[in-house]
Design a protein around this ligand. Structure first.
Ligand code: ARG
Length: 565
């Protein structure tokens, strides 16, 4: 409505020779403190100078020129033009627009077809994915969908950090304790067990740290035995990830592998050394001095010539631009790597790679009520186990509610569990650290994914029960009550919420909106009879609109809906 008023005012003001931007007008529009003064008000003070008239005269002029059937009344009071919205017209318009545009309602094409790469979750191949990766993937997928909804072309990518000292650690432990065995459990978990084992080994004998470095040197020199073992264990890790991605609903358009790109990164470092951007230290290591940027000194190549994690990223950034001609590159990575990305972006610009559109989408830690996660000590919350645990809780709940076939139980429990996890992880602003509480996440009441699914299913069930099956978009509202109007106002805000979350890459705005919307829907549902009421047709259309918008919101969060709960 506000937008509509802004549009109207823009046109009217243009007739008066005042050229204001729509946003400027929107910023001026107020909601009067007393509804006797209308639903919206436009103050004319700021126009006085330009039009050389007093604000009251200007308000009268505007009122005279404006005509629109969506307003019950437009009045002038002092320096203000007051707009009284025609509630029924407003409601009809919102609903008609939603029913007509359906899943396209709220779409924009500001940066149509722009290519954006979104990188997530980029795991290390020495251990399985954990709860932090679930937050990462929830954010990465949701942000990708939000960009797509706003007409961008998204390339979902991931870099597999499959070489480095940490990878060698799992290998060393396997060499000692693995006895050449094949995985006896999900293969990435099998690999992860050896990573934990290694860290116990080091506690007893510090020399293992040195051996891990030595193993990396050998790997870089293509030592056959090391390379074979690495290939084998890497495949186990990657196969395992693939399965978890599939369960979680993640698909990549392109996967990169550090093992294939780190050398090119080294070449860039050597070139940079020649150009004097990097320096060689007395011990033979190569580093960059970033004191001026207050980023200290950063080593790129160790004294034994092996390369550090950042080196691959220098080349990867270039590769992404060259391969995909992207106009934006988003890295979804935890906030403990904020320094890494500051250094990376600084180095890139020093090297003359002028990418202005690199963004580290940083997010906070996720902990469980029981405490901090540490992957080295094996106290980390494993992603697969967590999904299973939440799913088991959901199954229990479903079984206690109704008789349900085995097949249906499997299907529904997974969808509900994923909704629970994703929603819980997305509703908190990504920047903040958070606690993930599995029990709370699956509650069918309160600010949870299952509650949203439940609201959706409820709307579906009413539509199914009604005998009126009309797809006609046109209809008239006879009378409208407060709870209906509240729901319609909320529905009408969807485009604004989307735009905001798009501009700030913030899925939590959509998550919170979905919850508020569902609450308002449930209030309406409890206060109004739908089937058999004289307003049945209007109410059905309202419920249909709610269903479209909630589905759309959930879809942008990567959450699938269910028609039955
Ligand atoms: N593999 C890294 C880790 O687990 C994250 C990689 C992030 N992406 C990047 N381009 N550096 O910590």
């Amino acid at each position: 409505m506000e937008q509509e008023i802004a549009n109207l005012l823009k046109k009217t003001l243009k007739d008066l020779d005042v050229d204001l931007k729509k946003e400027e007008i929107e910023n001026l529009i107020e909601i009067p403190p007393d509804n006797k003064l209308g639903d919206y008000a436009f103050p004319c003070f700021s126009l006085a100078k330009k039009l050389k008239k007093n604000p009251h005269e200007i308000a009268l002029l505007i009122k005279e020129k404006i005509f629109n059937k969506n307003f019950e009344n437009i009045e002038v009071s002092g320096a203000y033009v007051n707009f009284f919205v025609n509630k029924k017209k407003f409601a009809e318009n919102v609903i008609k627009k939603i029913l007509k545009e359906k899943e396209n309602f709220g779409k924009t094409n500001i940066r149509k077809k722009e290519k954006t790469m979104v990188e997530f979750p980029s795991p290390n191949t020495n251990k399985p994915l954990h709860l932090g990766h679930l937050r990462n993937m929830s954010i990465g997928e949701s942000v990708s969908r939000i960009l797509e909804f706003n007409s961008e072309k998204v390339i979902r990518t991931s870099i597999n950090n499959n070489r480095g000292v940490h990878i060698c650690k799992s290998m060393i432990a396997y060499k000692k304790y693995g006895k050449n065995k094949n995985p006896t459990k999900k293969s990435d978990h099998f690999v992860g067990d050896f990573y934990v084992k290694f860290n116990q080994m080091v506690k007893e004998n510090k020399d293992y740290e040195r051996r891990a470095q030595e193993c990396l040197q050998k790997w870089e020199l293509k030592d056959k035995e090391i390379l074979d073992l690495w290939k084998k264990m890497n495949k186990w890790a990657l196969d395992g990830f693939k399965e978890t991605y599939k369960t979680f609903g993640i698909k990549h358009d392109k996967e990169y592998y550090e093992s294939k790109i780190y050398k090119k990164g080294k070449e860039i470092v050597w070139e940079g050394l020649k150009k004097g951007i990097f320096e060689k230290k007395d011990d033979g290591s190569i580093s960059i001095n970033l004191e001026k940027e207050k980023l200290g000194e950063k080593i790129l190549l160790r004294k034994d010539g092996t390369s550090l994690y950042i080196v691959q990223d220098i080349y990867l950034a270039k590769l992404k631009q060259e391969e995909y001609k992207i106009s934006k590159s988003i890295y979804v990575v935890g906030n403990e790597q904020e320094y890494h990305f500051k250094v990376l972006f600084t180095i890139l610009s020093k090297l003359g790679f002028d990418y202005k559109n690199l963004k580290h989408l940083s997010y906070g830690m996720v902990n469980l009520p029981e405490g901090k996660m540490k992957s080295r000590e094996g106290t980390v919350i494993d992603a697969d186990n967590l999904i299973k645990e939440v799913r088991d809780l959901v199954k229990k709940e479903l079984i206690s509610r109704e008789k349900i076939s085995k097949k249906e139980l499997e299907l529904r429990s997974l969808k509900i569990a994923l909704a629970a996890i994703k929603y819980f992880l997305l509703k908190i602003d990504a920047k903040k650290d958070m606690l993930f509480n599995p029990k709370k996440s699956i509650s069918f009441e309160g600010d949870t994914g299952p509650y949203l699914l439940y609201s959706y299913a409820r709307a579906s069930s009413i539509l199914k029960k009604s005998k009126i099956k009309s797809n006609e978009i046109n209809f008239k509202i006879k009378n409208i009550q407060e709870s209906e109007l509240k729901l319609i106002k909320k529905l009408s805000q969807f485009p604004e919420i989307i735009l905001n979350s798009y501009n700030t890459l913030n899925p939590s705005l959509i998550a919170n909106y979905s919850y508020q919307l569902s609450q308002i829907f449930n209030e309406f549902y409890h206060s109004s009879k739908v089937i058999g009421s004289e307003n049945e047709l209007f109410r059905l259309k309202l419920i249909k609109s709610f269903r479209i918008i909630l589905k759309n919101s959930l879809n942008l969060l990567g959450i699938e809906t269910l028609d039955r709960m």
